[in-house]
Design a protein around this ligand. Structure first.
Ligand SMILES: [Zn+2]
Length: 451
């Protein structure tokens, strides 16, 4: 008698064959049926058999097929005929439940094609199992709605919307695009959206319109990262405009030293400073652009919106006509978004969050190749081991004496040796809060190839 290599105690293995690629296992249900599946009558008789092929988990690097010798019965009471139900087999697919679950989990980490190949089924089946698995996860996993929300963009084949929790450095949703309708639909359906206090974002009108429509109470803040990026880009425009007039050697030098020019002045080493002054002295326009870039950064040292506004006005007056074109996008952005840019000085978004997110954005490109949006979203949102959770204990409830129970309680204690349970009218239970996917953990998992 072959040993039960399936490790499925409800089945009796009758025969095992294998070749280079596959195991073919014959089996039957151990405990035969004793009652009719329709009317529960125990008056049933055997009515033939049929062989059903059920796919199972790959084993020892081989694909596994179980050929179940399924019994058919006829009920004497209701005259219906039926096959015995197969335990631990999926209700909808000829596969064991454990195989279905394994495919769902694997599909978050690997390509559908590699799973299909390992199990010996087609890619379409893997995709369909994955969809069902994700739908189940969607029902069970609930992220806490961020009080401080970040709306950002991530490039995965196309630009996608990322919804983040700024206070916890987590991601709570990935949206297929960053259109107004998509953001609107997401925000409207979000539990507790009326409690969102701040939304940090880039200067992208659809975000702003959607937030103002659905969450009028939330204060919009433009993350300084996006504004400063435009200052760097303005400087880069001036630097690149020199390329034509330089010799190839000078051009390479300018290219090489651009890192020094994009550094903040106070971060320069002595050597950096020497290199920089060489360029700035020889190319006055570049020097002026550098100064404007540096001075623009200093606006962000302001402590209040009022001070920032005054610094911007002074900066704006200092923009000389020769470099004005290069800085025009930045100046226009400031004018269009001024109240929201200034809101930052009341409610600064943490640098930790922005740095975390930018780290993730840099490495996401690699992950994006070969996956559908749904699979990528699942990889990011449902990756095991990346959640930031917290157990919220019930509020401390002051103990109250219950006058009538006093005497009785003493007797009870001496008798049972057990502390009496406090009867509490408002029993709160502790609950687990899931803040979403920790951005640095996710980044680490992607970098190490774990997802
Ligand atoms: Zn029956």
């Amino acid at each position: 008698m072959p040993i039960n290599i399936l490790n499925l105690p409800v089945y009796h293995v009758t025969h095992v064959e294998h070749d280079d690629h596959d195991y073919h296992v014959k089996a039957e249900v151990k405990a035969p049926l004793t009652a009719c599946v329709h009317c529960r009558s125990d008056s049933i008789v055997g009515f033939g058999r049929r062989e059903q092929l059920v796919r199972d988990l790959p084993s020892h690097g081989k694909r596994v097929g179980i050929y179940v010798d399924t019994r058919r019965f006829r009920c004497r009471a209701c005259s219906k005929t039926f096959y015995e139900p197969l335990p631990v087999v999926d209700a909808r697919r000829p596969m064991t439940s454990r195989l279905i679950e394994w495919i769902g989990k694997q599909a978050i980490k690997r390509t559908f094609a590699s799973i299909a190949d390992e199990v010996g089924i087609d890619e379409k089946s893997v995709r369909s199992i994955f969809r069902d698995y994700i739908n189940e996860l969607e029902k069970t996993i609930r992220f806490e709605t961020p009080k401080w929300m970040g709306i950002d963009e991530i490039h995965l084949v196309r630009p996608r919307g990322v919804i983040a929790n700024i206070q916890n450095n987590t991601i709570v949703e990935l949206l297929p695009n960053r259109n107004k309708e998509t953001i609107l639909r997401y925000l409207s359906g979000l539990d507790g959206h009326e409690q969102v206090q701040y939304v940090a974002m880039d200067m992208w009108m659809p975000y702003k319109d959607a937030v103002e429509a659905v969450m009028p109470q939330a204060r919009i803040v433009i993350d300084k990262f996006h504004v400063l990026k435009m200052a760097n880009e303005a400087f880069e425009r001036v630097r690149k405009s020199y390329r034509e007039s330089l010799t190839p050697k000078q051009r390479r030098g300018l290219m090489h030293d651009r890192f020094v020019m994009l550094k903040r002045e106070h971060d320069l080493t002595d050597q950096d400073a020497l290199k920089l002054s060489g360029w700035l002295n020889n190319y006055p326009e570049l020097g002026r652009a550098y100064r404007l870039k540096e001075d623009f950064f200093k606006i962000y040292d302001a402590k209040t919106p009022k001070e920032a506004l005054a610094r911007f006005a002074a900066w704006d007056r200092a923009v000389t006509p020769d470099v004005k074109d290069a800085f025009s996008d930045l100046i226009r952005a400031w004018r269009n978004w001024q109240p929201y840019i200034l809101a930052y000085f009341d409610h600064p978004v943490t640098n930790a969050y922005t740095e975390c997110l930018n780290g993730l954005l840099r490495i996401m490109d690699r992950l994006g190749r070969g996956y559908s949006f749904e699979a990528l979203r699942a990889k990011i949102l449902f990756a095991e081991g990346a959640y930031k959770k917290q157990i919220i204990r019930p509020k401390f409830a002051r103990r109250r004496e219950e006058p009538a129970a006093g005497a009785f309680t003493v007797g009870y204690m001496s008798f049972g040796g057990e502390a009496p349970k406090r009867s509490n009218q408002h029993v709160e239970i502790e609950r687990e809060v899931n803040f979403g996917v920790d951005i640095s953990t996710l980044t680490r998992l992607i970098e190490s190839g774990e997802i």
